[in-house]
Design a protein around this ligand. Sequence first.
Ligand SMILES: [Zn+2]
Length: 342
Amino acid sequence: MTERQPLAVTTTGGWARPGWWDLLEEAEHAGRFGPEDERELYDDYCRLAISDQESCGLDVVTDGEHRRRGWIESMTAALPGLKQRPGPRRLGALGMDMLDVWEVTQPLDGLEWIWDFEGEYRFLREHTSRRPRVGIPGPYGMTTELDFAAVYPNRKACAEAFVPAVRSHIQNLLEAGCDYIQIEEPITPGVAEDDRTPGAMVELINKVIDGFAGCTFTVHICFGSFRRLPYAKRTYRWLFPRLLDANVHGFSLEFGAREMAEIDLVGQWDRGRILSAGLIDIKTHYAETPADIIERVRVCEKYRQLDELEISTDCGLRRVPRNLAIRKMTAAAAAAREVRGE
Ligand SMILES: [Zn+2]
């Protein structure tokens, strides 16, 4: 496994999109791109995201997750046997009820493939000299937009159906040389009751990574971001200490938007467990300064050593204006350099 950089700076989720993305998306929807044009377009989006992260001074980079076009939407849409139902509300203030719902009409247990995570990793590794990391949705994450009631008795049963496919992607990523994977398990009851328990989350996380070695695994747990609005109750207290039974190397959690609330929970963790600390608030137009971030790092340092700490974002930057994302992450890298005494 790669030596861990103390206070490595990274992001979680997707990178910020350039403004002109919208123009190209219009052209794409109008059918003006051939398959080769599409491939080139998304390669270029990812090259730009990687280059942005490197220019900001990030230590651990992703491909920007631009090929996914949303956190989970593309993957959900590609699942077999789903029936799309438009969100019940189209007008007025932004709300979760504006999202399309995907009804599960057949068991998903035979599923072997979710997304080309391996292709994303290979492209990333070829285009960066920094440490590459790939994020993949966890079993609960995969249920976010599903109305599973016709096939599964509860969310856990539906989530469990995704375990073999997630495992097979991890196996392929490891074979391709990937040594850092973040499993994304936001508390996101997009549709239907969210009856998950910390014990059920632990059970499925452990099933997903059982037997895999030579790779750092972290789990990202956030409160969702639908057009930068959270949609779950913003507390981690109910998850700990039970979640520490997950055999992962660390957790990526939101603290920036919550002004470091509940950071004391990290005090329960055993030595060596990584906190990929969300110190950058993606839900504000305010650009954190290096001093702001150093102040937050000092709070984390009460509970974790620098080699157990990463500076990250609360959640993905996909909906953050690119110039703002660049200012935030440049400040984060400057803060890390100062704390490291470089
Ligand atoms: Zn998130």
